[in-house]
Design a protein around this ligand. Structure first.
Ligand SMILES: NC(=O)c1ccc[n+]([C@@H]2O[C@H](COP(=O)([O-])OP(=O)(O)OC[C@H]3O[C@@H](n4cnc5c(N)ncnc54)[C@H](OP(=O)(O)O)[C@@H]3O)[C@@H](O)[C@H]2O)c1
Length: 313
C-alpha cells in the first residue's frame, strides 16, 4: 500500500515532515520578526516554507523570497493560488506570475490550488498545473481545503494529463478533526502527503483565551466563528491542565498531537513572533507516549466514520 511520499529540495535533500507557515509574515510579524522565525526554523532543520498569493497583500511572499534568495536550493518553498478569483486558467496564471515575481524565483517547489472552485471544470485547472509542471515552473502539485472526493476527482484528471497530486493542505487540530475521517486515510492510500494547518486552532489551544489574553479569535470575526463552540474552549482548558501537569506549554502538546497522529500529517507551525513559535517548535520533537496521546485525543469528540455498519466488523 502507498505511504506518505517524501518531498525533496532541488539539491536532493529529503524535506523533514514539518513546515513553517508564513501567513503572519508582513502582517502581525514585521520583517525582522519574520526573519528571526525563518532563521530559527532553518536552525531546527525546517526548510519547508508555506506562503500564499493571498497572504498579507503579497508581503509574505516577498519576505520569504528575500530570505530564500541566497539559499534557494536548500529550501522548499510552497505557495498557493486561487483563493480568490476562481480556479480558471487566466486567474491562476496571473496570480502565479505575480507570486513568482514576489518570490523572486522562476520556479516554485510546490504550488497549491488554495480552494476548490465548483464553477470551473477540473480539466481546465488541471491543464494549468500540467503545463506549469511541464515548463519546469513547479516541482510538486498541491490542493488545499478540498474534500476527499474532490481530491480523488482531481487525481483521476491529473493521471490523464500525466502529473500527480503530491500534497494536500487541510485544517487539522485537536478541535478540528474532520480530516481524520477521509482526507488523512486517503493520503496513505493514494501516496499523498498531508501538510495540515492551524495545529493550535488559530491560538485557542495555547490557553490564552481562558487567560483573557488578546489574539485573532477576539479581533477577527471569522476566527471567532470558527472556534465558537463551547466544547472547543473546554478542550483548550483540559489541554492546559494536562500541559501544566506535564510541565510543558499547551502549544507543545497540541503540535505533538498532530505530529503523532496515526496518519502522520506534517503540521504547519507558525506565530507572530519567535516567542510564540518556540513552544510549537518544541512540539515537533516532543516524545509522546501512547497513554498521553490517548488522553489528549479524549479531550475532543472523535468524528464519526465515513461509513456506517462498522460495528458489524
Ligand atoms: N491553506 C489554508 O487555507 C490555510 C489557512 C490558515 C493557515 N494556513 C497555513 O498554516 C499556517 C499556520 O496556521 P495558523 O496560523 O492558523 O496556525 P495555528 O498554529 O493554529 O495558530 C497560530 C496562531 O496562534 C497564536 N499563537 C501561536 N503560538 C502562541 C503562543 N505561544 N502564545 C500565544 N499565542 C500563540 C498566534 O495567534 P495571534 O496572532 O492571534 O496571537 C499565532 O498566529 C499559516 O501560517 C499558513 O501557512 C493555511
Amino acid at each position: 500500500m502507498p505511504t506518505n511520499p517524501i518531498l525533496r529540495t532541488v539539491s536532493g535533500h529529503e524535506v523533514r515532515p514539518a513546515v513553517f507557515g508564513a501567513m503572519q509574515c508582513g502582517g502581525n510579524a514585521d520583517e525582522a520578526q519574520s526573519r528571526a522565525m525563518l532563521e530559527r526554523c532553518r536552525d531546527e532543520g525546517i526548510v519547508h516554507l508555506d506562503t500564499a498569493y493571498a497572504y498579507t497583500d503579497g508581503e509574505s511572499e516577498k519576505i520569504v523570497g528575500r530570505f530564500a534568495a541566497p539559499i534557494r536550493d536548500e529550501l522548499f518553498v510552497a505557495t498557493k493560488v486561487g483563493l480568490t478569483g476562481g480556479a480558471g486558467r487566466k486567474n491562476l496564471t496571473a496570480q502565479f506570475d505575480r507570486s513568482r515575481a514576489r518570490l523572486g524565483a522562476d520556479q516554485v517547489d510546490l504550488l497549491y490550488l488554495h480552494r476548490f472552485d465548483p464553477e470551473t471544470p477540473l480539466e481546465e485547472t488541471a491543464e494549468f498545473f500540467a503545463s506549469a509542471k511541464q515548463r519546469g515552473l513547479i516541482r510538486y502539485v498541491g490542493l488545499s481545503n478540498f474534500a476527499a472526493w474532490q481530491v480523488m476527482k482531481m487525481i483521476a484528471v491529473a493521471q490523464r494529463l500525466d502529473f500527480t497530486i503530491d500534497v494536500i493542505q487541510p485544517m487539522f487540530s485537536l478541535v478540528k478533526r474532520q480530516a481524520e475521517v477521509e482526507l488523512l486515510p486517503m493520503c496513505i492510500g493514494e501516496g499523498v502527503l498531508a501538510c495540515t494547518y492551524s495545529p493550535l486552532g488559530g491560538g485557542l489551544l495555547t490557553g490564552k483565551y481562558a487567560a483573557k489574553e488578546s489574539g485573532r479569535l477576539l479581533s477577527e470575526p471569522k476566527y471567532a466563528q470558527r472556534y465558537a463552540p463551547q466544547w472547543m474552549h473546554d478542550a483548550a482548558s483540559g489541554l492546559k491542565a494536562i500541559a501544566d501537569r506535564e510541565g510543558v506549554h499547551p502549544a507543545t502538546l497540541a503540535v505533538a498531537w498532530v505530529m503523532h497522529h496515526r496518519y502522520r500529517p506534517a503540521p504547519i507551525v507558525s506565530g507572530r513572533s519567535i516567542e510564540q513559535l518556540e513552544p510549537s517548535l518544541a512540539g515537533l520533537s516532543f516524545e509522546m507516549t501512547p497513554e498521553l496521546n490517548a488522553e489528549l485525543s479524549d479531550l475532543t469528540p472523535t468524528p464519526p466514520p465515513a461509513t456506517d455498519r462498522l460495528e458489524e466488523g
